[in-house]
Design a protein around this ligand. Structure first.
Ligand SMILES: Cc1ncc(COP(=O)(O)OP(=O)(O)O)c(N)n1
Ligand SMILES: Cc1ncsc1CCOP(=O)(O)O
Length: 461
């Protein structure tokens, strides 16, 4: 299968919802019929089907060798997949509609009339020229760049260039890498990632699959396909969360040094007890600590959390999260903006954001957050001047949110059941501070709350 290198996403897919409007399908059909390609499916199509259709369309031109005007679409195996007759359709019709185009070096060169591409600087120039044709983002894939130890791709969003490097993996099993990369980008966008995050996750997936499949033998031919099922057939574990699992929000323990001090225990002991009692995620929330103290505490807590496979997030401080390689951050509406936190932390870290309104919830998804913390649901003494939303306010945020939500604020053993029983499907759990840490036994309180939540969840599911 050839890499079409073209994806249609957010603007066409109604901000990333992976459903394509009918008029876009009609436009696409007309472009493809000009290219003498049958559209096999009609109606509302998920994004990946569009990628597939384009791939299928390109497979209809399986001509080896070069055309009069030079090849236009070229697979990694060197096959010419589409000739100059469709070049103008690509340039005039498809590229201007695309949110991202992902040509390899030969394709970028062909789209630019045979411009030679031999260096990273050439790739940047090509990305800029391709961007001028109309796509919102360009990824020029440098796998074929001569004399390079690394595989270097250039991502250009019309403003900034990102050089995405990864070690070159020696293998014959490279067949289908372009299609996989494009499909993976589409899938990440549909999940709500920003474009750069989607590209990074997709690259990481392709690299991991290439590395995993480098020595296997599948099928015949000069190039073999790589194994997409590596995660199913081989449990890849780096000791920390590979991806965010919304069910981790079930019993979210948010720490408080003052409370733990009052009860005469260290932060590490408090977190250990919470995890033993059933906490599924921990947030280190230090309002008064100096940076060095905060960092040292984060490192110690991370050790405990990692050894139990429980993610540790840092409240507010992206710098501290980066410095100790925590699993992510939780930010408020006046903290580091989610978009910037995502850019700083990369695609794999967990980012939670506090939202009190449906509008904030929608923005959180657009900006690339993983989950929403919504509250205060009930009055709380733990956070000063925090408005109370009630269960109705919580519901409104959940309904507006495409992201999973954790409820926070004044939640304890007496009301956690009612929160869980609100019956909105993306409400994944409760986050608590004083209900665990302003108590004599963190272990007993966590166990009790876990049992209450489990019972309530079983009523609604
Ligand atoms: C899970 C969760 N939800 C909300 C908050 C509140 O965060 P923020 O709005 O940044 O307020 P402070 O915690 O910084 O006082 C949270 N920490 N965790
Ligand atoms: C941090 C925060 N954000 C909204 S309410 C709150 C405090 C929650 O603390 P408690 O669980 O003790 O009410």
């Amino acid at each position: 299968m050839a890499s079409c290198g073209i994806l249609f996403s957010s603007s066409i897919f109604n901000k990333g919802v992976n459903i394509v409007p009918q008029d876009f399908v009609e436009q696409l059909k007309s472009v493809l019929s000009d290219m003498q390609v049958d559209v096999v499916k009609t109606g509302l199509l998920p994004s990946i089907d569009i990628v597939k259709i384009l791939n299928q369309s390109l497979r209809k031109f399986p001509v080896r060798g070069s055309f009069g005007g030079g090849p236009v679409m070229v697979s990694t195996s060197g096959d010419v997949l589409a000739g100059p007759s469709i070049l103008s359709s690509f340039r005039e019709e498809l590229l201007p509609m695309a949110d991202i185009v992902t040509p390899n070096i030969k394709e970028a060169s062909a789209l630019l009339g045979g411009m030679p591409l031999e260096t990273v600087a050439d790739m940047c120039s090509a990305a800029k020229l391709l961007h001028a044709i109309g796509p919102r983002n360009i990824l020029v894939k440098g796998g074929d760049l001569p004399d390079s130890l690394d595989a270097v791709d250039i991502f250009f969003d019309g403003k900034d260039y990102h050089e995405l490097r990864s070690p070159r993996i020696k293998t014959r099993n490279t067949h289908g890498t372009g299609c996989t990369l494009a499909s993976c980008i589409a899938a990440e966008l549909a999940k709500g990632s920003s474009m750069l995050s989607a590209v990074k996750v997709a690259k990481r997936y392709v690299e991991t699959a290439l590395e995993y499949s480098k020595d296997i033998f599948i099928g015949n031919g000069r190039q073999g396909p790589f194994d997409h099922l590596l995660r199913l057939t081989n449990s890849i574990c780096s000791g920390r969360q590979q991806t965010f699992n919304p069910s981790d929000l079930f019993l979210y323990a948010v720490t408080d040094s003052q409370m733990n001090k009052k009860w005469g225990r260290s932060m590490v002991d408090a977190i250990k007890a919470a995890i033993e009692g059933g906490a599924t995620i921990v947030q280190l929330r230090e309002k008064d600590a100096e940076t060095r103290e905060f960092l040292d505490m984060a490192k110690a807590c991370l050790e405990i959390c990692r050894s139990h496979g429980v993610p540790l997030l840092i409240d507010d401080r992206v710098d501290v999260a980066l410095a100790c390689d925590a699993d992510g951050v939780h930010v408020g509406q006046s903290d580091m903006p989610v978009r910037i936190a995502r850019a700083l932390l990369g695609p794999e870290k967990i980012i939670g954001v506090s939202c009190k309104t449906p509008e904030q919830a929608q923005q959180a998804w657009i900006d690339g957050a993983d989950y929403i913390g919504c509250g205060g649901v009930y009055p709380t003494n733990t956070k000063a001047n925090n408005p109370t939303l009630g269960l109705d306010g919580l519901k409104a945020v959940c309904i507006a949110s495409k992201l999973p939500v954790v409820a926070i604020g004044g939640i304890n053993a007496s009301n956690a059941g009612s929160v869980m029983e609100t019956g909105v499907s993306n409400l994944e759990g409760v986050a608590v501070v004083s209900a665990l840490f302003d108590k004599e036994s963190v272990l007993a309180e966590t166990r009790n709350l876990h049992a209450i939540l489990t019972e309530a969840a079983s009523q609604v599911k």
